[in-house]
Design a protein around this ligand. Structure first.
Ligand code: BEZ
Length: 209
């Protein structure tokens, strides 16, 4: 096998990075990407990442020609154009907008979950902003409720951009916010997640604390 031609700024705990890794596994492209691990928080940046992505966010992907692309949505779209199997992001039609909208719900759940995590671990406990934490947790609960009510059949039908994004969001909640106990309120989503968690792509990308 030839050497990897691309480099991914990577941290196994980031749900946004995990989406990219799952897509690489699902599309048989893991050998094309070298991983550059970075440890960062909003107040402890990775300086070499900042040179490639001024926003200092992971994932970012350096392509063979040196171009750097981000964020995770752009990277998924790029990588989905680099394999010959069925696209994991529908190329056109109403399916495209629906699947991307479900993926956007999942991304919003991840955003809120990471913000809660940062507030809890980076800020002095005496300064925790409870209204803000509650608002972010409410956002997570509303997003999950929508998926439970409207999207189970769609998630079950294809393991594509929507399903990958939701699975990675749930994996991150389990990792960082087990106190949310999301399964009780969302039993169909829990059953779906139990199934997809067994996929080789999900097992290979389990966050390592
Ligand atoms: C975490 O440790 O929870 C984390 C790490 C990197 C990006 C986002 C979250």
């Amino acid at each position: 096998m030839s050497a990897p031609s691309m480099t991914l700024y990577h941290n196994s705990l980031s749900p946004f990075v995990r989406k990219v890794m799952v897509l690489l596994h699902e599309t048989g492209q893991t050998g094309r990407v070298a991983l550059q691990d970075c440890v960062l928080t909003p107040v402890n940046p990775d300086l070499s990442l900042n040179e490639d992505n001024p926003l200092g966010k992971i994932p970012a992907l350096r392509l063979a020609d040196g171009t750097v692309i981000h964020d995770s949505r752009v990277i998924l779209d790029y990588l989905d154009h680099q394999h010959v199997g069925n696209p994991l992001i529908p190329r056109e039609g109403s399916a495209r907008w629906r699947r991307l909208t479900l993926a956007s719900v999942a991304d919003g759940i991840m955003d809120a979950s990471v913000l809660v995590r940062y507030e809890l671990v980076l800020r002095d406990p005496q300064k925790h902003w409870d209204e803000y934490l509650d608002a972010q947790r409410d956002k997570i609960r509303r997003g999950l409720a929508l998926l439970e009510k409207d999207a189970i059949a769609e998630l079950t039908s294809h393991f594509d951009v929507a399903a990958i994004s939701v699975a990675c969001a749930l994996g991150y909640i389990d990792l960082r916010h087990p106190d949310l106990e999301w399964r009780e309120a969302n039993p169909q989503l829990a059953a779906w997640y139990f199934e997809v968690s067994q996929r080789p792509s999900m097992l290979a990308t389990m966050p390592k604390v």
